[in-house]
Design a protein. Structure first.
Lengths: 429, 645
């Protein structure tokens, strides 16, 4: 099984970013069919049938999420989460870059399904070019009658507002995204109430990832049953995997779920570079636990990867070769979380700082072996006790790396040398 | 009951059964686990949670185990549910509390020895109670922030001590609505600061150091002044206005060092205004009347014993009464006097001296009834529309603003701040179809409010609250220190002169003797008229605390006790009778006013006035006035409507 191109089928077509080319590839047919074939309720059911789960990381079934909206409370809002900031993740940028209209079509279909008349695309601040591209596409779609009043003669009205973030990882968390969109400090909100009940401006709100929404035109056109036939029973459809690290062909690859990870690595990514061997990989972006070469036989299936002690997360695959020092990688990731902690809750704010100080001591060879127990203690006191998943996940990589590569951590203690570095220097020489 | 008789249906009493640490109890639906535990006497440490604010669950100190939840849950943000089993004593909870405290202390400067909060600091207390013995964090790697940043003339901020509980930010969001303090930066660099580095403007900033769980926000007036254990604390009532906010008077070495709030949800809701809170230095003034003196007109002043002064006062008053009549004597009380003193003074005037000329203020209030303060402070929250006539009510009683804001924010009420002289018809139009209306005015606009009220009348309820002046302005009125009304707003047997009329009559010569119970700042507004009257009077018996016009002109002067030196009760704006306790030793050896007034009555020939101690007087007052007996300590005095004549 090679790549399965559903969302990325027409990618590479010249000027696909323009409305006319997008339409010539069948674009906006999904939206028209949604109006023709479905009522909002039946559309929600169709998406439920498809079994699609959110592509942002948590993997919550999209149709079910939509059905949590309280009846008869309006206005409702849709927020497209394009704040892609997970370390190692670059699929949403790719989807927007290649086909902004596909996302807009998806946003409109979702808006129709949940009866929302104002949708927001919250795009991370660093995606400046993508924001401009989306804004142009929104304008084009508006002048063609796909956005605004009485869309394509359906009687359905919807506005789309593209909003640029200001550069905070936490704003990818749905409630922090909502706060940021409202002009507040981007910090997660206390749940319950969940956004479906009380979200943006206190109204029922759905937050969906870019890739999730990009699937909708295809689900509408080809049916939920067909979509369900792709992938595995509980991980349906395809996903775009952002592959990076020590591989020959880094990039985005759309795979049917259920494909072996080994196939993704060896066939699409061209295997490890310079004929080196795989030491470890991270299947879901910076937040997720490290996996070992033996896990390459796992299928790209959310539940199977979860069972192995990690997660497919937001679909970022980071492959690390034998020259990689896991203490170094852990330190860099911990620094990232320390920098991105919003500061709202104590364990995340102080814990990531403590973690980062200890990792730096370890890396500098200043830490004693007893500090490894301290590190584990700090992580235990963060995981599951923070206000939002940021603080929890700030411990996952380092703890899994410590579990699998404990001797590497210990070798760094007490003015020790990094064993990996010594070996790598020898290897390169 | 079920057909098989197996299950007895629990009647829905709006409560749910919960077990906390093995103790079963039923709590109202919607109650927080934290509050339920507190009810059972189980302590759960908190930093961010505050009883008057919505939960944010950021400090994570209150995490507890709840069955069926895989992760520990914040007790401050979790509501009780039927069958919930909560555990606060598990190994996990013990360990996580240690962990959170270790985190909180990572970047804390640990400068307790020089911190004003030391001794009453939740961070200190919980660290002792729940914290780890040691920190594993290298002290050299702490993050540093600014210390002793002045935010205003009253408040200082130590950004290092701050544990970022957000209470100050939320206080400004939820309680005052002024949003003066914000969070800046993020992660471990997060700090609180004022918006745009502006100086704090709020009239309620003094509450900040009290809601701060640590020593980050402190009073500049209290900086390096005292340790809490060196303070003597007396529960009292804020003397600054008639709103009746409950306070603790904290003194050291016989000087007041601060006023602290003492939560009474029915009155202050735990908030004080800065005018009240920072008014304490006035009570430390050394300028006092300390010795009794007799100073005949045209003669030398000489110090005498209080007994001799009382005898001289009685003789001088008796002389005027015998020569003219009781009506040649006038009695002026004060809104600063206690209920016990007011009650004695009123009886002394009407039943011993037999004069109708008694008042405690300058101007007479026409048509004064108890209906003028029917609306209680807490009942403001029950109104759907509140009409405030002019800015004066909130200037006179600033904490009222916070109650109005609460009604607006948390109860969805509408607050209409209208010009004091808005025509009744326009007020009615603004009120529209509201069903429960509160009408608030001050004493200057009470007459206008009385014209507005009938214009609002209809099927809805319209209740009024008039903001009185002086800490016991309401008590003086309740107890009939008024020219036209006796105790309980009943018509007086004979109508007398108002304060100003008394002074005019004295200046012109028809009133010859005056009994003054001070201090009475309201009288000073009469200015030159007061001076003229005092000069002309042949007898001035003054019981006063501070040197001034009255003490200078007194033919008999008896030192009085300042409010904080007295025990007794005062009645607030809504008629709530509240106890005050001796917070400072008296600055004089003279007996308290109740004894002096009783002795004076005795010397004037009255019977049954032998015992003038506060307790006896208080009991006698309650026996005589059922509304005060029913109010007890802390209740509102409710008056039956006057029977139609």
């Amino acid at each position: 099984m090679a790549e399965y191109k559903l969302l990325t089928k027409d990618f590479g077509t010249e000027r696909l970013q323009t409305l006319s080319v997008y339409e010539s590839t069948g674009g906006y047919q999904g939206l028209r069919e949604a109006f023709k074939k479905f009522t909002p309720e039946s559309l929600v059911n169709e998406v439920k049938t498809s079994g699609i789960r959110g592509r942002g990381g948590a993997g919550f079934p999209t149709g079910t999420k939509w059905s949590f909206l309280p009846k008869d409370v309006f206005p409702r809002y849709l927020c497209c989460n394009a704040d892609e900031s997970e370390p190692g993740c670059f699929k949403d940028r790719y989807l927007i870059d290649e086909s902004p209209h596909q996302l807009i079509e998806g946003v409109l279909i979702a808006s129709y399904a949940i009866q929302c008349n104002t949708a927001f695309i919250y795009i991370r601040g660093e995606y400046h070019d993508q924001r401009l591209l989306l804004e142009r596409a929104v304008e084009e779609a508006r002048s063609a009658g796909y956005i605004g009043k009485n869309i394509a003669g359906s009687g359905f009205d919807c506005e789309i507002i593209v909003h640029g973030g200001a550069g905070a990882y936490i704003c990818g968390e749905e409630t922090a995204l909502i706060d940021s969109l409202e002009g507040l400090r981007g910090q997660p909100r206390l749940k319950p109430p969940f956004p479906a009940i009380k979200g943006l401006y206190g109204q029922p709100t759905v937050v969906n990832n870019v890739e999730t929404l990009c699937n909708l035109p295809h689900i509408v056109q080809r049916g939920g049953e067909w979509f369900k036939s792709l992938g595995t029973e509980r991980s349906t459809g395809t996903r775009v995997f952002c592959c990076s690290g020590h591989i020959n062909r880094p990039g985005n690859y759309e795979m049917q779920l259920g494909t072996q990870i080994r196939e993704l690595l060896e066939e699409e990514c061209g295997g490890m570079w310079r004929d080196r061997s795989l030491k470890a990989f991270q299947p879901g972006g910076g937040s997720m636990q490290v996996l070992l070469p033996e896990h390459l036989d796992l299928p790209l299936d959310m539940d199977a990867v979860a069972k192995a002690g990690s997660s497919l997360g937001a679909g970022a695959m980071v492959f690390m070769d034998e020259t990689t020092c896991l203490v170094d990688v852990s330190m860099r990731l911990v620094d990232f979380y320390q920098h991105e902690s919003c500061g709202k809750c104590v364990p995340c704010r102080e814990g990531t700082y403590f973690e980062s100080q200890l990792m730096h001591r370890l890396e500098r060879g200043e830490a004693s072996t007893s500090e490894l127990a301290t590190l584990a203690g700090i992580c235990a006191n963060m995981d599951g006790r923070c206000f939002c998943p940021l603080g929890d996940t700030a411990t996952w990589f380092v703890m899994s790396a410590y579990k699998h590569f404990g001797e590497e951590f210990e070798a760094h203690c007490g003015a020790g040398e990094c064993p990996v570095k010594a070996r790598s220097v020898a290897m390169v020489a | 009951m079920a057909a098989d008789g197996s299950a007895l249906e629990q009647p829905d009493d709006g409560r749910v059964g919960v077990s906390i640490d093995g103790r079963d109890a039923r709590f109202p639906k919607g109650m927080l686990v934290l509050d339920a535990a507190t009810e059972l006497g189980i302590h759960i440490p908190i930093y961010c949670a505050h009883p008057k604010m919505d939960p944010v669950a950021v400090c994570r100190m209150c995490l507890v185990n709840i069955e069926k939840f895989p992760k520990p849950q914040p007790a401050c943000a979790t509501v009780v549910a039927e069958g919930m089993v909560v555990r606060t004593e598990t190994a996990e909870v013990t360990e996580l509390r240690e962990g959170m405290l270790e985190f909180l202390l990572l970047n804390h400067p640990l400068d307790c020895p020089v911190c004003d909060r030391g001794g009453e600091c939740d961070l200190q207390d919980f660290t002792f109670r729940y914290g780890p013995g040691v920190s594993r964090f290298p002290i050299t790697e702490k993050v540093h922030f600014n210390k002793a940043v002045p935010l205003s003339q009253h408040i200082e901020l130590d950004q290092e001590r701050c544990i970022l509980c957000w209470r100050c930010v939320r206080y400004y969001d939820e309680i005052t609505g002024e949003k003066e303090i914000v969070l800046q930066q993020r992660g471990v660099q997060t700090l609180v600061a004022t918006f745009n580095d502006q100086e704090l403007q709020s009239a309620f900033q003094g509450n900040l150091p009290e809601i701060c769980p640590v020593g980050a926000l402190t009073h500049r007036e209290y900086r390096f002044v005292s340790r809490p254990w060196d303070l003597q604390r007396a529960a009292g009532v804020c003397p600054e206005c008639s709103y009746g906010c409950n306070i603790n008077v904290d003194s050291r070495d016989f000087e007041v060092k601060r006023f602290a709030s003492r939560d009474n949800p029915l009155v202050d809701d735990s908030w004080l205004c800065d005018r009240g809170r920072y008014s304490f230095p006035v009570w430390n003034s050394a300028e006092r009347v300390r010795r009794a003196a007799v100073q005949p007109r045209g003669g030398e002043s000489r110090d005498v014993s209080v007994d001799d002064a009382v005898a001289a006062a009685a003789a001088e008053l008796r002389g005027v009464i015998d020569e003219h009549s009781g009506e040649a004597v006038a009695v002026l009380g004060s809104a600063q006097s206690t209920n016990e003193e007011c009650w004695l003074l009123e009886r002394l005037a009407r039943t011993v001296i037999h004069t109708p000329h008694i008042d405690h203020q300058l101007e007479a209030f026409a048509d004064l009834t108890a209906g003028e303060h029917e609306l209680g402070i807490a009942e403001i929250e029950e109104c759907d529309t509140l009409v405030v006539l002019g800015p004066q009510p909130e200037i006179e009683a600033p904490v009222l603003t916070l109650r109005l804001y609460k009604a607006e924010q948390k109860r969805g009420a509408r607050v209409l701040r209208l010009d004091a002289d808005t025509a009744p018809a326009r007020v009615a139009a603004a009120v529209g179809t509201a069903q429960r209306v509160g009408l608030i005015a001050d004493e200057t606009n009470r007459a206008h409010a009385a014209r507005v009220a009938p214009a609002l009348a209809g099927k809805r309820s319209v209740r009024m609250l008039t903001i009185t002046r002086g800490v016991n302005g309401r008590g003086a009125k309740d107890l009939g220190v008024l020219p036209n009304l006796g105790a309980g707003y009943q018509s007086a047997p004979a109508s007398g002169k108002s304060g100003r009329e008394i002074l005019e009559a004295a200046a012109e010569g028809s009133i010859r003797a005056l009994l003054l119970l001070g201090p009475n700042p309201a009288l000073e507004a009469a200015g030159e008229l007061l001076e003229r009257a005092l000069r002309k009077l042949s007898v001035v018996v003054a019981i006063d605390t501070r040197p001034g016009a009255a003490s200078r002109a007194a033919t008999v002067l008896i030192p009085g006790h300042a409010l904080l030196e007295k025990a007794g009760s005062v009645t607030n704006v809504e008629g709530r009778v509240q106890r005050i306790r001796t917070a400072l030793p008296p600055a004089t050896s003279a007996p308290p006013e109740t004894r002096v007034l009783s002795a004076l009555a005795g010397k004037l020939g009255a019977k049954g006035w032998e015992r003038g101690d506060v307790l006896t007087v208080n009991r006698a007052m309650r026996d005589a006035i059922p509304a005060y007996a029913a109010a007890g300590n802390g209740g509102r005095a409710v008056w039956a409507a006057e029977a139609p004549a």
